[in-house]
Design a protein around this ligand. Structure first.
Ligand code: AMP
Ligand code: TRP
Length: 333
């Protein structure tokens, strides 16, 4: 079985885009591969944040992962900061990466932009991401297209470390998630639906009230024509509704287009399908959220499983790079 690793940041409420574009594929991957899934809370510290909110979002995200069907009996699910090996290997990766290559990361440039405060952590973020992946001898990393460059860097760092210090890491492959599964903002369909955008009317949250979901879809931007056609370039709004309906019902957006004469019926069906898609997830979430201690216990167990592998890899890397074994370290190694 291939080892698969992926992570998601607790940086905002989970959107329908996260679910359709990423989390559903995590659930499916459990059937075929040996999966390790991580709520990457350390990554959320790279930008200004509120501590109480981070705690709440981390628990919410972990609970959502369980609610969508990530199954701790069939995979390893944990919170990044519970396995301190991530932070430690990140340091070794920071010392393997060059300032030049970190500076070339387009996501850093975008996020740093004209921010008043840019943390050192935002700059070295890709080294932490590399550590996340390399700790688990990962073969494959399912991520969105925006993470492609970070994955390339991870491969470069793993290769460089192996060349300098001897075979230590498995060099992972990216598994870029289908662009077809990208959900766009309902108010600005040229932009992806994102938890970090300030566009409440354009973003559907996975845990959102069904009546609010229906209202947002009814008010989604379309165009001044009336023809229902799947053409993301010329008709981004209508195409996004078709793509959503297709994603919710497991069909093809272009084929669905032929069934509609007008936008009203398309919106009504789309709203109904999305509500049906999220309803079971919301019910399961409510059950799980009623017992946060049970969730914490599952996460504790997941962290224990993760640490068993992470500690071995870290011990290997420490030895390779020339750190003198300490007493705790020699016990672990
Ligand atoms: P983010 O919320 O941007 O940190 O993304 C977390 C995961 O969800 C990544 O794998 C993204 O590719 C995926 N994702 C985020 N937004 C969307 C979207 N609108 N459509 C499809 N996938 C998305
Ligand atoms: N950087 C990723 C994102 O913003 C999240 C992430 C952190 C990740 N570590 C990872 C994804 C390791 C895959 C593997 O979406």
């Amino acid at each position: 079985m291939a080892r698969v690793f992926s992570g998601i940041k607790p940086s905002g409420a989970v959107t329908l885009g996260n679910y359709v574009g990423a989390l559903r594929s995590w659930v499916a991957a459990q059937d075929e591969d040996d999966c390790v899934f991580c709520v990457v809370d350390l990554h959320a510290l790279t930008v200004p944040h509120d501590p109480a909110q981070l705690r709440a979002l981390t628990l919410e995200l972990a609970t959502v992962l369980l609610a969508v069907g990530v199954d701790p009996d069939r995979c390893t699910l944990f919170v990044q900061s519970h396995v301190h090996e991530h932070a430690e290997l990140a340091w070794l990766m920071e010392c393997t990466a060059s300032v030049g290559e970190l500076r070339r990361m387009t996501q850093f440039k975008e996020k740093a932009g004209d921010q008043e405060f840019v943390s050192g952590g935002l700059f070295t973020y890709p080294a932490l991401m590399a550590a996340d992946i390399l700790l688990y001898d990962t073969d494959r990393v399912p991520v969105g297209d925006d993470q492609r460059q970070h994955l390339e860097l991870t491969r470069d760092l793993a290769g460089r470390f192996n060349t300098r210090f001897g075979e230590t890491f498995v060099v992972p492959e990216a598994a870029i998630l289908r662009v077809g599964a990208r959900v766009m903002d309902l108010q600005d369909p040229t932009r992806k639906m994102s938890k970090s955008e300030d566009s409440p009317q354009g973003v559907i949250l996975l845990l959102e009230d069904p009546s609010s979901i229906e209202r947002k879809i009814r008010r989604a931007v379309t165009d001044t024509e009336t023809e229902v056609r799947y053409d993301p370039e010329a008709k981004p709004g209508v195409s996004n509704l078709l793509a959503l309906l297709a994603a919710a019902t497991g069909s093809d957006p272009a084929e669905l287009a032929g069934r509609y004469q007008g936008y009203g019926a398309l919106k009504a069906d789309c709203a109904e399908a999305v509500v049906e898609l999220v309803r079971p997830v919301q019910m399961r979430y409510a059950e799980l959220a009623a017992d946060p201690r049970a969730v914490a216990s599952l996460l504790g167990h997941g962290a224990g499983k993760a640490r068993a592998t992470a500690a071995e890899t870290l011990a290997r890397a420490r030895r390779a790079v020339g750190l003198l074994p300490g007493s705790a370290q020699s016990r672990r190694a």
